[in-house]
Design a binder for this molecule. Sequence first.
Ligand SMILES: C[S@@+](CC[C@H](N)C(=O)[O-])C[C@H]1O[C@@H](n2cnc3c(N)ncnc32)[C@H](O)[C@@H]1O
Ligand SMILES: Nc1nc2[nH]cc(C(=O)O)c2c(=O)[nH]1
Ligand code: SF4
Ligand SMILES: [Mg+2]
Length: 215
Amino acid sequence: MYLCALMQKEIKKRVDKGEMLPLMEEFYTIQGEGYHKGTAAYFIRVGGCDVGCHWCDVKESWNADLHPPTDTMNIVENAKKYSDTIVVTGGEPLTWDMTFLTRELKARGMKVHIETSGAYKLTGEWDWICLSPKKIKLPTKEVYENANELKVIVYNKDDFRFAEEQAAQVNQDCILYLQPEWSKRDKVVPEIVDYVMANPKWKISLQTHKYLNIP
Ligand SMILES: C[S@@+](CC[C@H](N)C(=O)[O-])C[C@H]1O[C@@H](n2cnc3c(N)ncnc32)[C@H](O)[C@@H]1O
Ligand SMILES: Nc1nc2[nH]cc(C(=O)O)c2c(=O)[nH]1
Ligand code: SF4
Ligand SMILES: [Mg+2]
């Protein structure tokens, strides 16, 4: 076998174990969305997602092959320099085994949050789970049970129905958010405002980083 084919196989094995991850980007910013909005956090964006939301704002993340397999230990050591709050996002982070990444981050005293569609098996140990469910690939039972916040994206009126259906699946303590789909914000924000006033168990989440012009 060619040496590079052997290396590819070795890398795949390490990715399967979560010891390497296809890293798209990492950046220190302010969490823009949901319960922790306004809080400084270091973001780790892992490539790979096959959920396929047509309005996804990071489509460049979808193809994992475009993002270099990166030693998880290097990601951890680097993250530690910036913040003690880490947000793991993607792509869909639960495409990969998150056990190793979260164990090593937590061993260094970091608080570890995830942004997930919940479409795959829940791996890893999380201080905060933000579940943003998608109609085209519904969350697994474990993610519904463990979500700390539910963040439903509102693109059209049917998303209010979907939001209620999803709220019925999560645990009692889960905090409920409606977030406008960015390109439809002018149309849907007034609808969300009316909806939240009529149904105050919901709160509004905005993508505040986009208004602040930060990553
Ligand atoms: C890019 S996703 C990555 C994490 C995971 N795949 C997920 O969907 O939760 C991060 C967050 O951005 C939200 N999002 C993506 N595109 C959006 C858009 N156009 N408008 C509003 N929110 C969006 C997602 O629903 C999710 O809550
Ligand atoms: N500032 C900032 N906050 C965010 N919250 C969730 C994000 C994500 O893409 O997962 C995100 C993001 O991309 N930037
Ligand atoms: S699940 Fe997340 S990353 Fe994947 S397409 Fe949907 S919004 Fe984008
Ligand atoms: Mg984003």
